[in-house]
Design a protein around this ligand. Structure first.
Ligand code: ADP
Ligand code: MG
Length: 320
């Protein structure tokens, strides 16, 4: 199977078909119509086998993940996803692998009405780069900067679950049964908060997605906003599964330093709490928990009834 046949068979019609794709896969570049009075929102993420996912990861999970992590970035901006491009480096034209990958990618692309409009295919160590594009009404995008003193700090979902799932897969954390399955699933199939991100427009003063650990990512949000934050250890949402398998201390370490959550971390001025309640009441909205607040000064403090605790360091590809 040559490159052309491979693209034709597996990547020509992936995801949703959309009226705003004037020209998709097959020419030298794609032509895409951005709606009037909107801004194009673009992001890209690379997944390297053995670094961003274990070598044992199934092809369909890699396909899902490669788009999910990008949709999470669009969600954090409050954007509506529309298009994606895919630069795929594979060691061989393994049909079964390609079919699995395409299936996983297609499933999440269709779920979010995203059309695959182009890409590049080459041979080498397994590496997947996806670029996602979407749009927001002019000036309405959510940013990391914008948090001010007194804003309440929230996170969606159950941070730490995915990191514990990866630890289970890699044998660093023992555990069996339903809890194990639930946590592994959270790592294998991240669910980006796309609809909820759009609902946070006009409500959140700052927003980002959490991929490298809550503690570290919160540090980035407050640095971008020029403020500080207090995190309350007692308010961290820890899932029953995480608590059961990792214990209280372990659960907190996964939640703060784990990574791979793809949840939204955002701030809300107290005056807009009613707007947040409305966003949270919409169908399919994720659980949201208030975990602290924005303060004067700089950096992140983790407070508990036994005094301040150190903030675990998150994921950094160049550390260690
Ligand atoms: P060129 O050499 O002009 O870059 P390619 O031969 O790389 O063109 O690609 C041919 C067409 O197939 C282009 O439209 C490109 O966007 C698309 N394409 C290549 N690889 C992929 C892929 N993995 N997924 C989706 N589209 C792809
Ligand atoms: Mg090319």
């Amino acid at each position: 199977m040559g490159e052309f046949e491979l693209i034709d068979r597996f990547f020509k019609r992936l995801g949703a078909s959309r009226d705003d794709v004037m020209l998709g896969v097959g020419d030298d570049a794609a032509l895409l119509a951005v709606p009037i009075d909107h801004e194009l929102v673009a992001c890209v993420d690379t997944l390297v086998q053995g670094r961003h996912f274990p070598s044992s990861t199934r092809a369909d999970d890699i396909g899902w993940r490669s788009l999910a992590v990008n949709l999470s970035d669009l969600a954090a901006m409050g954007a509506v996803p529309a298009w994606a491009t895919l630069a795929l480096t594979v060691p061989a034209a393994d049909e079964e692998w390609l079919e699995g990958f395409a299936m996983g990618f297609d499933a999440i692309a269709k779920a979010h009405h995203v059309s695959l409009v182009g890409g590049d295919t080459t041979r080498g160590p397994l590496t997947v780069t996806v670029q996602a594009m979407g749009f927001v009404p002019q000036g309405a995008a959510l940013r990391r900067r914008g948090a001010t003193v007194g804003d309440l700090l929230y996170i969606t979902g159950w941070p730490g679950d995915a990191a514990a799932g990866l630890a289970l897969i890699e044998g660093r954390l023992p555990g069996q049964g339903a809890y194990r399955g639930a946590l592994e699933h959270k790592f294998r199939r991240p669910e980006p908060r796309v609809a909820f991100g759009q609902r946070l427009r006009g409500v959140a003063s700052a927003c980002m997605d959490v991929s490298d650990g809550l503690g570290q990512d919160l540090g980035r949000l407050v640095a971008a906003s020029g403020v500080g934050a207090v995190l309350r250890a007692s308010e961290l949402p820890l899932s029953q599964a995480l608590f059961a398998l990792a214990g209280e201390q372990g659960a907190r370490d996964f939640a703060l330093g784990g990574g791979d959550d793809y949840e939204l971390l955002f701030t809300v001025p107290p005056s807009r709490r009613a707007g947040l309640a409305r966003a949270m009441a919409t169908a399919g909205a994720p659980a949201c928990h208030c975990i602290g607040e924005i303060t004067a000064g700089r950096g992140v403090r983790l407070v508990s009834d036994r005094g301040d605790l150190p903030v675990p360091r998150g994921w950094d590809p160049f550390s260690g």
